[in-house]
Design a protein around this ligand. Structure first.
Ligand code: GDP
Length: 301
């Protein structure tokens, strides 16, 4: 992870160390830290929050460099974690002995297919019986790609033959197949067309209705796959998705490709959603369940 976050870390930590190395943290230093956080795409709101927390500490005492950094780490950890303590209890989230359905949403190109493949791999490795519903029926290639990703870890993708089939019908079949096979996790791929918000909403809510009807006991998550390299633009996309479907968390991808990994803090602060996984590479192993401790250490050590 440290390597994955290298671009963000290098920018951030060296300058931070230089700032706090100048002596006890004073107001000027706090301003410089503010600029650094904004540069890393932490976002205005989250930066504000962090700076206020730092300043209130500073009113109590001037901080020597080591303490300043570790206090900053604590602020970031608390920010990422506190609203969602429940979600972060487990390292890998699907509940055992429960039928879990994870609906994966996100705009094309965000890394949805790759993420589904990585999650399927992690699920199999962690001892779960897993199945994929190839319900992005809009893109001709999407079904094939998700199948290929599934095959890499022996996970089958349920699809309907023919183009432009009904995504909800695929989900219907996939739930039946998952139940028949005793699958514990069904990962649902969905179409990522942002251009037409009404279609997106209709499609996602139809999928949700099928799930509620066919699998009322399932534990359902709706995860948004978000490209970290888009920075604040990604947050605007996220807003559209959260209007279309009740999201339960975010998978932040491509953290390895950006110096703006601070977006993780903005996601939590602005969207009020927990980060469930982070993707930091194109390989099947390059996905980690999110840990605020690990993330902050990777960012600031
Ligand atoms: P989709 O259109 O949302 O299904 O996106 P894909 O899964 O096809 O991914 C789009 C591109 O992003 C591909 O070239 C992936 O290899 C790449 N990608 C996905 N996740 C990551 C990641 O965590 N890091 C990097 N560097 N590339 C990624």
């Amino acid at each position: 992870l440290r390597q994955g976050l290298d671009k963000t870390r290098r920018n951030l930590i060296n300058q931070l160390k230089a700032i706090v190395g100048q002596g006890p943290l004073n107001q000027d230093a706090v301003m410089e830290i503010e600029a650094l956080l904004l540069q890393a795409d932490v976002g205005v709101e989250a930066t504000d929050y962090i700076i206020k927390a730092l300043q209130s500490k500073l009113r109590e005492q001037a901080l020597p460099p080591e303490q300043a950094i570790s206090y900053l780490k604590k602020i970031l950890r608390d920010m990422l974690e506190q609203p969602f303590v429940e979600s972060y209890k487990r390292t890998f989230a699907p509940e055992k002995d429960t039928f879990n359905i994870w609906v994966m949403t996100g705009v094309n190109g965000a890394g949805k297919t790759t993420t589904i493949g990585k999650i399927a791999h992690l699920a199999v490795k962690s001892g779960y019986k897993c199945l994929i519903a190839a319900a992005d029926t809009f893109r001709a290639a999407a079904v094939e790609q998700v199948k290929i990703w599934g095959q890499r870890s022996g996970v089958e993708a349920i699809a309907n033959p023919g183009e432009n089939t009904d995504p909800a019908a695929v989900v219907f079949d996939a739930i039946a197949a998952a139940k028949a096979r005793g699958s514990e996790l069904l990962i649902v791929d969905t179409a990522g067309r942002l251009q037409n918000k009404k279609n997106l909403m209709d499609e996602l809510s139809k999928i949700r209705r099928i799930i509620d009807k066919k699998a009322p006991d399932a534990k359902v998550e709706a995860l948004l796959v978000l490209d970290a390299t888009l920075g604040q633009n990604g947050l605007r996309q996220a807003q559209v998705f959260s209007e279309a479907v009740k999201l339960s968390g975010v998978v932040l991808t491509k953290l390895d490709g950006t110096a703006k990994g601070g977006i993780a803090l903005a996601v939590v602060q602005q969207l009020g959603l927990p980060i469930r996984f982070i993707g930091a590479g194109e390989g099947i192993e390059d996905l980690r369940p999110f840990s605020s401790y690990e993330f902050v250490e990777a960012l600031l050590s």
